[in-house]
Ligand binder design. Structure first.
Ligand code: V47
Ligand code: SF4
Length: 374
C-alpha cells in the first residue's frame, strides 16, 4: 500500500470509531495534511463534547523556583544561591489563595522546583495552609516528578506520599513532568528526573487512590514523530487500565532562556497538528486542552476546531512560560474568554477541575453535575 492509500484507510478507521495503531499514528504525524488531521480530530471532538468549549477560573502558584534538576528545556528553575531564587512563606501562600478567592477561582494549580533543602513537611504544609485558608478551592498540585522526589527524600512509597497530601487537602494531580517518555529523548533533555516508568506508576497509584489527573507531552524540541507516538500510546494504555485521566495537554516548547535556545519555537501549524493528533490517538481521553497561555489566544481559539474542547483558565500569576518568552498576557478576563470561544463557533462552559458545570454570580459560585458524559 502506498502512503495515500494508508492515509485513506486510517481516515476510514477514525470515522468508524476504530482505534488508530502506533504505526498508523506515525504515518498521520509524518504525512497527513493539516486540514485532514483537523477534520478527523474535530469529528472525535464533537462526538465526545458536542459544541461545548470548557474553561476554568483558576490561579497558578509556584512556591519555589529552586530546583535540584537542570532540565535543558526549563527557563524557570534557579540555583539555590542565585538572585532569582525565591521561596514562598505561609503568609504569601495565604495571600495568594485569598486573592484567588476574591477573583472567584475554583482551582489553584501548584507546581514548582525541587528545593535542595526543603523537607517533605514543607511541601505538605503548603497544601495544608492553602486548604485550611480556602477549603472550597480545589488544589491540583505536584507533578509525578515532584511526587517521585518526595518518595526519594522520605524513603516512603508513592502511595504513602500521595495519602499524606490527600490528608492535607490535595484534590488532584496536574499533568506536568511527562515531557517525552522515550529514553532516547528523555536522556537528552532531563536525564536525572523521574523516568517514564516512575511517571506512569505515580499516576496509576493516584488513580487507584481515587485521584483524577491530567497528562502532558512537551513537543517541538529534539523529539521525532516516533517518540511522540510512543508517548501518546503509553498514556492511552494506562488510561485503558485506570480511566483516571481527565485531560491531555500538548505543551509547545518555548526555547527562550533555556539550554535549547538554538531550537526555533514550534509554528502555529505544528501546534494545531499536535492538538489534532492527540485527539485522534487518545480515543479514551474525554478532553484535550489547548492551553492558551502557551499557545497564544489565536492558536488556542483555532484549536477548538482541531480537536481541543478546553482552553484552561483565566490564569493569573503564570511564570513558567513567561520566563521562557511567552508573550501572552498573564490573565484573561472572563468576557474575553467567552468572546474567543463564541467566535470559534463554540459554546463556552465554565467547569471546575472535575468537569462539573460552575454556576456563578460574580466571585461566588456553586457546582452542578458533569456537563456531558464522555
Ligand atoms: O512539566 C517547562 C513544561 C510543564 C517549558 O495539568 C515547558 O492542567 C514549554 O504541566 N517550554 C508544567 N514547556 C506545566 C504543565 C501544565 C500546564 C497547564 C495545565 C496543566 C494541567 C499542566 O511545563 C513541565 C514542562 O513540560 N515546561 N519549561 C518551556 N520552556
Ligand atoms: Fe526543575 Fe521542573 Fe525545571 Fe526540570 S522542569 S528543572 S524539574 S523546575
Amino acid at each position: 500500500m502506498n502512503t495515500a492509500e494508508t492515509l485513506k484507510q486510517i481516515e476510514e478507521k477514525v470515522l468508524a470509531g476504530e482505534r488508530v495503531t502506533l504505526a498508523e499514528g506515525v504515518c498521520l504525524d509524518k504525512h497527513a495534511d493539516l486540514l485532514t488531521l483537523g477534520r478527523l480530530a474535530n469529528v472525535i471532538r464533537e462526538r465526545k463534547n458536542g459544541n461545548y468549549a470548557y474553561y476554568n477560573t483558576n490561579i497558578h502558584l509556584n512556591p519555589t523556583n529552586v530546583c535540584v534538576y537542570r532540565c535543558r528545556f526549563c527557563a524557570f528553575r534557579s540555583d539555590l544561591k542565585s538572585e532569582k531564587a525565591y521561596v514562598f512563606t505561609d503568609e504569601m501562600l495565604r495571600e495568594r489563595i485569598l486573592e484567588a478567592r476574591s477573583q472567584g477561582a475554583t482551582e489553584i494549580h501548584v507546581v514548582g522546583g525541587l528545593h535542595h533543602q526543603m523537607k517533605f513537611d514543607w511541601y505538605v504544609n503548603i497544601i495544608r495552609v492553602l486548604h485550611e485558608t480556602c477549603p472550597e478551592i480545589h488544589i491540583k498540585a505536584w507533578t509525578a516528578v515532584e511526587i517521585n522526589w518526595f518518595s526519594f527524600i522520605t524513603k516512603q512509597s508513592t502511595e504513602w506520599v500521595l495519602q499524606q497530601m490527600v490528608d492535607a487537602g490535595l484534590g488532584s494531580l496536574p499533568g506536568g513532568g511527562a515531557e517525552i517518555f522515550h529514553p532516547e529523548v528523555r536522556d537528552q533533555i532531563c536525564e536525572h528526573k523521574a523516568d517514564s516508568e516512575n511517571w506512569i506508576n505515580c499516576h496509576r497509584t493516584a488513580h487507584r487512590l481515587g485521584l483524577r489527573s491530567n497528562a502532558t507531552m512537551l513537543y517541538g524540541h529534539v523529539e521525532q514523530a516516533e517518540h511522540r507516538l510512543d508517548h501518546l500510546c503509553k498514556l492511552r494504555s494506562l488510561q485503558d487500565e485506570t480511566h483516571g485521566f481527565q485531560t491531555f495537554i500538548p505543551l509547545a516548547f518555548h526555547p527562550e532562556n533555556t539550554g535549547l535556545d538554538q531550537i526555533p519555537k514550534p509554528t502555529g501549524a505544528m501546534d494545531l497538528r499536535m492538538v489534532a493528533l492527540s485527539r485522534i490517538m487518545l480515543d479514551n481521553f474525554d478532553h484535550i486542552k489547548a492551553y492558551w497561555i502557551m499557545l497564544g489566544e489565536q492558536i488556542a481559539q483555532v484549536a477548538l476546531g482541531f480537536g481541543a474542547d478546553d482552553i484552561d483558565g483565566t490564569v493569573v500569576h503564570e511564570i513558567i512560560y513567561h520566563d521562557a518568552g511567552a508573550k501572552t498576557p498573564e490573565g484573561l478576563m472572563v468576557d474575553q474568554i467567552h468572546r474567543l470561544i463564541r467566535e470559534a463557533g463554540r459554546v463556552p462552559v465554565e467547569r471546575d477541575t472535575l468537569y462539573r458545570r460552575v454556576h456563578r454570580d460574580g466571585a461566588k459560585w456553586t457546582v452542578g453535575d458533569s456537563v456531558m458524559a464522555g
